[in-house]
Design a protein around this ligand. Sequence first.
Ligand code: GUN
Ligand code: FE
Length: 452
Amino acid sequence: MFLRNKKVFKGNFFHAPTYGKAEYLEKTLIVVNEKGIIEKVLLQSNPAYQSVLLESKADNSLVDFGEKFILPGFVDLHIHAPQWPQAGVALDEPLNVWLDECTFPLEAKYKDVTFAKKVYTDLIRQLLNRGTTTAVYFATQHLESSIELAKISALMGQRALVGKVAMDNPEQTHDYYRDESSEQAIADTEAFIIRVRELAKNVIQGVYPVVTPRFVPSCTDETLRGLGILAQKYDTYVQTHCSEGQWEHGYVLDRYGKRDADVLADFGLVTNKSIMDHCNFVNDHDGELFAKYGTAIAHCPISNAYFADGVLPVNRLKKQGVKVGLGTDISGGFSPSLYDNIKQAVISSRMLTDGVDVTIEQGKRGVPNSRVSVLEAFYLATRGGGEALNLPVGLFEEGQIFDVQVLNPNQSGNSLPGFDLYTEPLSRLAKLLYLSTPANITEVWVQGNKVK
Ligand code: GUN
Ligand code: FE
C-alpha cells in the first residue's frame, strides 16, 4: 500500500444521503486519513472547526477548494472499455446486428495488447476528466489485454472492477472471437481472478476481478455453471447483461422456458455482489428475486433508448428494495459522461410517466409515479453506485472513501448561465448537474489522491 499524507479538505460539498434528497455542506472541513478514508466531517458550527482549520494551515495539510463546489466522484456501473473507439457509431442498428457486424470485429482486435493499452489509457483519462472515479468494466474475451485494463486503471488512480468476458457458445459467437471451449473460458476467468487479486495488493483505491458471462446467449450451460462456481469459490463480483432487449429476452425464454433472472440464479450468478446490466424487461418477480439476493441493476438510460427502445422502471424497482446505479454502457450509449446519463435518466422517465401519445389526456397515459428527478438521478450516479457495489463511496460521511470532483461554475469556456442569480443550494446543484462539461471539472481526487 502506498499511503498518502493525512489531509484536511475545505469546500462547499453536495451529496445525496437518500434517494431524492441532497444536502449542501457549506465551507465544511473533511478530514481524510492516510488511507483516503474520511475521518471527520466538520460543519462550520462544530466547536472543533476553527482549531482543525488553524492546525491544518500550520502543518500544510489543508487543501482549500475556495468558492468551488464539490460532488462525490461518479460510479459508472456498466461500461465496455474496448468499445470506446466505436462510440457514436452504428446506433441505428438493432442490438444483435450491431454486435455481429460492428462490436465483435472491434473487440477481436484486443488480441493485440499494444492496441488495448492505447485505447484503455485514453478512455480512463477521459472518464477521470468527467468525474468518474469508479468504473465497472467489461473488457474482452482476451486474458492478457483484460489484465492490462486492470493494470492501467490501477496506475492511473481510478478504482476499477474489471471482467474478462466469457463467451463460448458457437451458435451465438464467431470463430474469430470466442473462448475456444467452456474449459478455457472457465480456466482463463480463474487465472484472471488470481492475477487481478495479486495486482490489487498494491492498489490503494482498489482493483477487483469480476466474473463476466457476456450474456446468456453467448455462453454455454457448462460455462454459466462453471462461472457461478468460480464466483462463489472466490467471492467475486459478477456482471452480465440481463433482460436488456426483446430479442435477447426472447432467446433466453426459448432456450430455457425461463426468464433471464431465473436462469442466472439457477447458475449461481445472482448474488449480493452481482450487477445486472440494463434489465429493461424485468418484471415484479425478477425484482423480488434481486431484492432477496441483494443483486444490483445498472441503469443505462442512453443505451436503453437506442437498443431496447425501453425505459427501466427505476422507481418500481427501488420500491421493491432493489439496488440501482447508473452506467454509460459505452458504446451502446454514445456518451462517456455520467452527467449525460443523469439527464437521460430524468428525460426517459418522463416518457414512462406521461408517454408520448399526446392524444391521450395527460395524467391518464403512461405509468404513474415513475418520474426520476435530477436529485434522484444524482443519487443513482453516486451513493446508488456505492450501494450496488457494497463499497463505502458516494457520501461525505465518516468511514466513506474520499472520491471527489471539484466544479467551477464560472470556468471560462463554460460559465454556467445565471449561476450567481440562483443562490438556493439545490438550484445550484441542479445547474451543476445539467450544465457542467469537463471544462468545469477542475480537479478529481480518488481515495484522497489527486488524479486530475
Ligand atoms: N449484450 C451482449 N453484449 C452486449 C454489448 O456489448 N452491449 C450491449 N449493450 N448489450 C450486449
Ligand atoms: Fe452493455
